[in-house]
Design a protein around this ligand. Structure first.
Ligand SMILES: C=CC1=C(C)c2cc3[nH]c(cc4nc(cc5[nH]c(cc1n2)c(C)c5CCC(=O)O)C(CCC(=O)O)=C4C)c(C)c3C=C
Ligand code: FE2
Length: 420
């Protein structure tokens, strides 16, 4: 079916090819509703084109499907053609269209896999990132003539104490983060990108996430993670433009040999298994002491309300600080990390259970930073050694990706790398 929009099939007003690329990064799709009519959340769209990729400061959607791909293409032209084809499809799907406008012959496989055909765009964002192995293989060989443009910050993450990484859930040449308010829309996006990549790239590992564990906008309520605590209170919010500029976007001149990254960011992905059964057997007092905040409100244990600053010098009975020095919040707070902040965008996950009936569940930690070497690695190193929360966690998957800047209208993702 050529140029048939998913919503067109449902008969929504304004659906179909007439939609154009009218979505706003961070706003409503202009053509989705008359000016006096508020679009339903399902009708929300974000623009694929713009200064920065969507899916970073975009208000975190409810669902995630994340995948990394191993590139099997062998030439730079093939890699470029993959990114061009992916960009065309991603732009369409973010508008709520099918992945391709190609007509399907009855005797050929359909050009779109079809499971999202009756579904609205659901705020889908598709965000691409490049892993270190896209630039150099494990022997250091330049794979696509791009090695001299590999950013200094894009190195394999070091081994952190207590890491139990599964190589089948780690690494990858290209990461794709699909977020949407409907899980089927997110899965459809990755599945169609995988299909388009046939012969050029194949999925290495994937993770489904439900329930965001962060708010990235002041318009959002703080959600809870699987430990039952509010998560995302002190996160960077999109509205704090100066903080985002300082801590999230790579600046021109940050890395002169990799200036193609200006306006991009670095994505840290960590699959963190949470020992829920052990946590559920610990007292509320202990749980709160480990986090450094109370469970009902998410307020710092030093007093006040959720959004009040933690006061680390306030002491309680016996002269002990109310927020313990080995609590998660103490160890993660910018004051104790040379001012480092990160934009967290993680999700809860469950992947079945083990033979003892324990859930394989946790938090798929995603964070965007301007300089991983300053904003993530030292904090993780210290947490892995000192954080009381670590007793309940196991890091089982990992990846670091350079997320290129936004795509100019009509262009393709990562084009700055190929043209710089
Ligand atoms: C290295 C970075 C971080 C990892 C890994 C991490 C894992 C993780 N966190 C929670 C639960 C909470 N985290 C909270 C705050 C918080 N966490 C990090 C960093 C990492 N977390 C930061 C930078 C902060 C903000 C600290 C601050 O500025 O005060 C909170 C408190 C609420 C909040 O501010 O978001 C909770 C709760 C889990 C369960 C987890 C791994 C599974
Ligand atoms: Fe945290």
């Amino acid at each position: 079916m050529a140029n048939v929009s998913r919503r067109g099939m449902l008969g929504f007003a304004g659906g179909g090819a007439a939609l154009g690329a009218a979505g706003f990064a961070g706003g409503w799709g202009a053509s989705h509703a008359a000016a006096d009519e508020k679009p339903s959340p399902g009708e929300r769209t974000y623009d694929f084109f713009g200064e920065h990729q969507a899916g970073i400061v975009t208000p975190a959607q409810d669902r995630l499907y994340f995948a990394t791909f191993d590139v099997t293409a062998t030439t730079r032209d093939e890699l470029e053609s993959l990114l061009r084809a992916w960009s065309l499809a991603a732009e369409r799907m973010m508008r709520g269209e099918t992945a391709s406008d190609e007509a399907t012959a009855y005797d050929a496989p359909p050009a779109d896999t079809g499971e999202a055909e009756d579904l609205p765009p659901s705020g889908l964002t598709i965000t691409f990132g490049f892993g270190p192995t896209l630039f150099r293989d494990e022997k250091g060989k330049d794979r696509f003539g791009l090695a001299d443009k590999q950013p200094k910050e894009l190195r394999e993450l070091p081994h952190f104490p207590a890491d139990k990484l599964d190589p089948r859930r780690s690494g990858g040449d290209i990461a794709v983060q699909a977020c949407a308010d409907d899980p089927q829309v997110a899965v459809h996006a990755i599945r169609n990108l995988s299909r388009i990549a046939f012969g050029l790239a194949a999925i290495r590992w994937a993770q489904l996430g439900f329930g965001r564990t962060s708010s990235t906008s002041t318009s959002q309520a703080t959600p809870r993670n699987l430990f039952g605590f509010k998560d995302g209170t002190a996160n960077i919010k999109a509205e704090s433009r100066d903080v985002v500029d300082d801590h999230v976007w790579v600046g021109r001149g940050d890395d002169p040999k990799a200036d193609w990254m200006a306006g991009g960011s670095y994505l840290v992905a960590r699959r963190i298994t949470m020992h829920l059964e052990t946590w559920d057997r610990s007292s509320l007092r202990e749980q709160e002491a480990i986090i450094g905040r109370d469970r009902p409100e998410g307020a710092p244990l030093s007093g006040g309300k959720e959004f009040d600053e933690p006061k680390f010098d306030v002491k309680g009975r016996g002269g002990e600080p109310l927020i313990a020095k080995n609590s998660h919040v103490f160890l993660a707070h910018p004051k104790n990390n040379g001012g480092a902040q990160m934009l967290r965008r993680g999700y809860n996950f469950t992947d079945g259970n083990d033979a003892l009936g324990r859930l394989d569940a946790g938090l798929f930690f995603l964070a965007y930073v301007r300089r991983p070497s300053h904003q993530y690695i030292p904090m993780q190193m210290r947490m892995s050694r000192e954080d009381a929360l670590m007793e309940y966690l196991k890091h089982t998957g990992s990846g670091l990706f350079a997320v290129p800047p936004g795509v100019p209208k009509g262009g393709f993702v990562g084009q700055q790398l190929f043209t710089s």
